[in-house]
Design a protein around this ligand. Sequence first.
Ligand code: DGY
Length: 338
Amino acid sequence: MQRRTSIFQIVSTKPLLPESEQELRKSGTYLGWQEEGSPPAAWLMDALADADALLTHGARVDEALLRQAKHLRVVSTPSVGYDHFDIDAMRRHRVVGTHTPGVLDDTVADLAMALMLACARRIVELDGWVRTGRWAKSGTELFGVDVHHRTLGIIGMGRIGQVVAKRAHFGFDMNVLYHSRRRHPEIEQSVPATYLDFDELLQQSDFVVLLCPLTPQTTGLMNAAAFAKMKPSAIFINISRGKTVEEDALFRALESGQIRAAGLDVFVTEPTPVKNPLLKLPNVVAVPHIGSATQVTRDAMESLAVANLVAVLEGRYGQARIVPELRELVSDGDDTAG
Ligand code: DGY
């Protein structure tokens, strides 16, 4: 099909930093949603009618969107997770997807440690005691449990999992176990970390930290059967995606004392409704999906997402962090991959 203009048309679903806009304008025309929250579907569909590239902040990229966006070549997300990409539909429409691994690892790993510590030492619950005049005694009712020298089980030993493993071992003298799609011999030696199958990891860990991506295989991974395998003293942390956990099963496990506590950065529905029963439990620490939420890291993610998008538009595929499942779309034309 004949192109309409010689420059690229780029759409963003959120306002961007001035330097990001400036960078995109070097490649073409730029149209960004400038208000709070997500753009209405009608705005997005209209904006995408002639667009070559989309910078999406969670908007689902599916068949319906791709059918409207006939000229789209690349969708870039400023996140490491890309479960909002319908990979099959993107493959059918030959739309490349990029993401931002690497730049957020330390920040997300910090949050994993923060949630482990908060749950173990009951930080949020006891903060409430201080504020509401319940700090009457200083006895065993204020006790928590240790993090140091205990056993951590990491499910999903990707980049972030590896950083958590290092913090846990070198900072807290923890014994690190992991379960992942593949073995990581270098981490097994350097941390060290021990690979176990899923059930064994659940049975042996004092802390279970979920860091795997959301895929059909990991949807509902943490269900009643999984929680039943954990120690009654164990603490569960979810930093992956809400749908990896069956929230009803988690609620029952926490309420019945089948596990000790949970630290949750992600929920099945986000924002999670205030009436979510999990939020009534004192042994739950809940934060609003803030894994990467520091200014420095979010700016780095945006800048990488912009660079990815421009690299794909310019055919410099080897310089773009293309999601693994869609790399086949550019394998023939990759003139920069080293
Ligand atoms: C991501 O980038 O996918 C993380 O969820 C950010 O917190």
